[in-house]
Design a protein. Structure first.
Ligand code: SF4
Ligand code: SF4
Length: 213
């Protein structure tokens, strides 16, 4: 899930300042789950805009704002309210904001900052476990990602700073390589320690990413 959070209000204030009428768009997927762009947050944005002396022509929450076709279809369903707006405010990740801006000539204001691809520990508590590196080595590292969960992204074992199994960068965290070692030992296999992992081929993480089935 893409973890996102609302932009600081002073940044939003500056973004909305030149406009009077707004159409609001939330996302029913990730932004709803992490409570940054669901129904409730869209309503809160509406209340905040009214407090600022602005007007809201309408709002909607798209099932998945990153879905280009659905974004276009839902905008068409709200054509009049969208046209009455001077700007559209999108409470979705950067992908969602770009879906919307690719479907309209109108000014689009992103209201959220996208932070990382996150796992949900419990509501409101998210952890980054994968950096989408395009060359996954989890099968050799007992399902623990050193690229993301080692503070230095090391590929061939721990740095010299590990202490009692904890990370020298953040002592509250267990060292990713200590965890990998212990889990591989439990599984009775050498895993990644059987080879020297070459430097990461970041070319595999091409930008912009493209994938077709
Ligand atoms: S090795 Fe790469 S693809 Fe696999 S979990 Fe880590 S960052 Fe993600
Ligand atoms: S202590 Fe472990 S997790 Fe922390 S930077 Fe060094 S190798 Fe990575």
């Amino acid at each position: 899930m893409i973890i996102s959070e609302r932009k600081p209000l002073d940044e939003l204030q500056e973004a909305v300042a030149p406009y009077q009428n707004f159409f609001l768009i939330g996302c029913g997927a990730c932004a709803t789950v992490c409570k940054s762009g669901g129904e409730e947050e869209v309503f809160q944005m509406q209340e905040w805009l009214i407090e600022q002396g602005k007007a809201v022509t309408g709002s909607m929450v798209i099932d998945e704002a990153c879905h280009l076709l659905r974004a276009g279809r839902d905008l068409r369903h709200h054509k009049l309210a969208v046209q009455e707006a001077d700007a559209l405010i999108v409470l979705a990740c950067g992908g969602g904001v770009q879906s919307i801006s690719s479907q309209t000539e109108q000014r689009v204001i992103g209201a959220l900052n996208s932070i990382f691809l996150g796992n949900v520990r419990r509501f409101g508590q998210y952890e980054e476990r994968c950096s989408l590196c395009g060359e996954c080595i989890l099968n050799e590292t007992a399902g623990i990602c050193p690229v993301t969960t080692c503070a230095k992204g090391l590929l061939n074992g721990p740095c010299g700073g590990m202490e009692d199994g904890h990370c020298e960068v953040d002592a509250e965290l267990e060292c990713a390589w200590h965890l990998i070692y212990e889990r591989l030992k439990q599984q009775k296999r050498p895993g990644v320690f059987a080879r020297r992992v070459p430097p990461k081929a970041w070319s595999k993480r091409r930008k912009p990413g493209r994938h077709k089935l």
